[in-house]
Write a protein that binds this ligand. Sequence first.
Ligand code: SF4
Length: 376
Amino acid sequence: MNVTPKKKIKYFNSIDKLQNLSGEEKISLKKVTETFAFRATDYYLSLINWQDKNDPIKKLIIPDVKELQKWGEKDPSYEKSYTVAPGLQHKYTQTALFLIGPTCFGYCRFCFRKRLFMEDTHEILIDVKPALDYISKHHEIQNVLLTGGDPLVLSTSKLKMILTKLAEIKHLINIRIGTKALAYNPFRVSTDPELLDLFKDINKKGKRIHIVAQFDHEREFTKHSRKAINLLIESGCVMLTQMPLLRGINDSPLTLSNLWNTAVNAGVTPYYLFQCRPTVGNKPFAVPIEEGYRIFEQAKMNCSGLAKRIKFVMSHATGKIEMVALTEKHIILKYHQAADPKLIGKTMIFKRNPNAYWLEDYTELVDEYKIENPFI
Ligand code: SF4
């Protein structure tokens, strides 16, 4: 498949220029954008059905005054505490995470890293050398995740510099790139042969690139995003998708199963469904955990095993916790991944709380079971 000619994407960094919003709406939303930044591409805005006030694509990118409700924290997963070099976090033994920059092609209203767009931060990558030195010295790190902000906002030459240096580190085997470019600006991929050649080259060197694309609704799988996906697959990348569970956007079993089945058909494996983090500005999007678990299980009933590979997880400060089961009285949670390796596999049974949004909302621990790991 050939790449298409360069397409000039237009960015909107202010709601003032949006023709489909009334003057009154712009005035009330201005208060929101003074706190939480707005950014969108003309391409993504063209996917909105402006006649439908509940349009999920609109809810995803257009500010809402409800974001100003007091709720949550700026960094609910305490990511800062895992920063080991500027722009590099090391939380899980085998994986290091680059916070590559403070910009995305568009700003999802529910972003859990919106702190990066709100203030100057020392968390992002400025000089790659200290981060590379850290990874080189830590032989237990086999995986690197580039995230942000969106790594694909970087120029191809800058990405080439980073990826080529990573590829020289012997103990690294997988490079993950977290991106929403395929939804916001798929032309970033489909019109850049150098980027595709770079990925091909890194894959040929035996460092597999896994593209972890965020798709939150099936309507984001347009012919343009599918073309970009096909080109990435042709260049040897493995394609995965993850998304948060979002009120008004994908919080119904049918919407979720359509999203996952569409993803599988496009060549993208559903990977994680995230509990919406209690981040400032995110109250309108949050779904309580137990309601979310029911939606998740019902959605899986409409899927084959291909889409059912997805897990429903909470990215907690202590680790990635999987929502495993609900009984009449209890919820069962399990550490899928943990900063403290001794916690991995730990199962916790709590008394149910239908108003729980996060682990701390479960206060009555009924039982716990630790898997004894002989290697620790
Ligand atoms: S693409 Fe990711 S980092 Fe960027 S705004 Fe959306 S959720 Fe946040």
